[in-house]
Design a protein around this ligand. Structure first.
Ligand SMILES: Nc1ncnc2c1ncn2[C@@H]1O[C@H](COP(=O)(O)OP(=O)(O)OP(=O)(O)O)[C@@H](O)[C@H]1O
Length: 523
């Protein structure tokens, strides 16, 4: 089969710092080609070049040649890529928040009304809302999602947004080359499998796919070939049959990875937080009348299928979506679901929506790490008498941030670098560093290892365990990564349709979890 894509000696610098060095790569028609590498190794940069993303031109372009179906590719913008049949599913979503799910999926290729087509021509015809909605719902059904397609994207959870992004691309008839930047990062195994099946079907239909994932098992399962990046260079390449997750991990990280595991123990039965008939109206991810007790000092896992509520609990407590019911924290009822009030009480929520809620994009890595700790607890302020309070202790902040950047292996040119210039995984590490800086009594984390490479993932899990054990921080971890939950949690709550279905021990088998996630009792 011929090459859809041929890349010759591709290099890219950002402000003189190399992100890609002499990359050579081919992708054949109908091939699924995996791309793996540690955080900051250049994967998204390559994808952005291939999709004509303007950040590439704004930062000085690239060197080397790219051929798409035999023609030299020189893209000025993403619209040109789309017109050539290239599609992209972004790591950080590229959806229009104010439009509905249908409008996002059908944008630019709406089905128009037959009668007005005949009267005014296609260009001036009315959009057939009903048919568009039916078609969007059908595409989402292929991905296993049953949702009201009239909902605005602004209010959706990250995993539902991921389905919408994917649906927008698979609904295209003209697609010949699809770029996927971690499309399964927000999905649990079952949801991810549905998506992988769709990718396999697309490849059988001749679409070439470049597939970035930190889940090496997925790479092994569906890729015809895989290329490994380290520090912007190709370090190895494997054909299907030769792909082993151990080799991929070794090549991309350069060392072996030790898995974080928390020894089992008995936790206190003092409640840290009690939810009584607690509901959160997060569209597509609602929690309905949840009764749940979180115990002091435990790590409680929360999992569910996509759209069944696992992400909404922390958002509800912080008042980011309308909530109803009762929450008792310690011995007192929480009267206000409000971020600042609750942070002062020792509650902190690390959201999964990094771009929307997690980072201050125009600020430095250092500012992002110390921001909440300093704003709310004055952790880095000079201890001066009034009225001289509020000045930053630069040295203390510098020492602290430098240490965390080292411990978390955050890849940045300096702690003064703007966070928006970091790779996605490195931004996520900064968000976690900020949460741990606040040293909360009760920490809600949602998808903490999303987009994180296999080495840093274990470091983050280890840090959560250490914070829990040494600071007695109670942790509620919402995740689609069952394996991670099983390794670090004391108990795991399974939600079905926004309600607590079951609480399982981390030792429960995958079959028991599978049944619970599907809302079925053990036989
Ligand atoms: N806009 C930018 N300005 C400056 N440097 C950037 C910019 N975007 C990316 N970089 C740098 O280029 C390098 C490669 O980043 P890239 O996002 O391509 O990595 P990645 O392999 O996709 O990582 P991840 O797995 O974390 O998504 C990183 O060192 C990053 O800091």
């Amino acid at each position: 089969m011929g090459n859809i894509l041929e890349i010759i000696n591709l290099s890219k610098n950002y402000y003189g710092i190399p992100a890609l060095k002499n990359v050579n790569l081919t992708v054949k028609a109908g091939e699924i080609h995996g791309l793996v590498g540690a955080n900051g190794s250049g994967k998204s940069t390559l994808m952005n070049i291939l999709f004509g993303n303007r950040i590439i031109r704004e930062t000085g372009g690239y060197q080397g040649q790219i051929y798409h179906r035999g023609h030299l590719l020189r893209l000025n913008n993403c619209a040109e890529a789309i017109s050539l049949g290239i599609g992209m599913v972004h790591q950080e979503f590229a959806l229009i928040p104010e439009l509905t799910i249908t409008e996002n999926i059908k944008l630019g290729r709406e089905i128009t009304n037959k009668l007005t087509n005949r009267l005014f021509g296609h260009k001036y015809s009315f959009v057939d809302k009903k048919l568009n909605a039916q078609s969007a719902a059908l595409i989402l059904n292929k991905l296993g999602l049953d949702i009201d397609v009239g909902l605005k994207v602004r209010n959706l959870s990250t995993n539902i947004k991921q389905f919408v992004e994917m649906a927008r691309e698979i609904g295209r008839q003209d697609l010949n080359f699809l770029l996927l930047d971690e499309p399964t990062a927000t999905l649990n195994k079952d949801d991810a499998q549905l998506l992988l099946n769709v990718l396999l079907a697309m490849s059988r239909a001749g679409v070439a796919i470049l597939f970035v994932s930190h889940r090496l098992e997925e790479i092994k399962q569906i890729c015809d070939r895989v290329t490994v990046f380290r520090d912007g260079e190709v370090v190895s390449r494997y054909n299907q049959g030769e792909i082993s997750t151990t080799n991929l991990a070794r090549d991309m990280i350069g060392h072996t990875v030790t898995k974080a595991v928390a020894p089992t123990r008995t936790v206190s039965n003092n409640p840290a937080m009690i939810f009584k008939k607690f509901s959160v109206a997060m569209p597509g991810e609602e929690i309905r009348e949840l009764d749940l007790t979180v115990y002091e000092g435990e790590i409680l896992g929360i999992t569910s299928l996509s759209g069944h509520g696992k992400l909404a609990l922390g958002y509800g407590v912080m008042g980011l979506y309308p909530a109803a019911g009762e929450v008792i924290y310690g011995k007192q009822k929480l009267h206000r679901m409000d971020s600042r009030t609750n942070i002062l009480k020792g509650i902190y929520v690390l959201p999964d929506d990094r771009q929307g809620l997690g980072i201050l994009p125009e600020h430095s890595v250092a500012d992002n790490i110390i921001f909440t700790g300093n704003q709310v607890k004055n952790l880095f302020s000079l201890r001066l008498p009034r009225p001289f309070t509020g000045f930053l202790d630069q040295q203390k902040a510098h020492r602290y941030v430098t240490q965390l950047v080292h411990d978390f292996e955050i890849k940045c040119t300096a702690i003064t670098q703007k966070i928006k210039e970091l790779s996605g995984g490195n931004q996520q590490k900064v968000c976690i560093a900020r949460a741990l800086t606040v040293n909360p009594k009760l920490l809600f984390v949602a998808e903490p290892t999303r987009g994180i490479d296999i080495s840093a993932k274990e470091k983050i899990l280890q840090m959560l365990i250490e914070t829990n054990r040494s600071q007695q921080t109670t942790i509620v971890m919402a995740s689609s990564e069952l394996d991670e939950l099983k390794r670090i949690c004391d108990r795991i709550a399974v939600l079905v349709e926004g309600r607590l279905f079951k609480i399982l021990s981390p030792d429960a088998s995958d079959v028991e979890f599978g049944l619970a996630l599907a809302g079925e009792e053990n036989i």
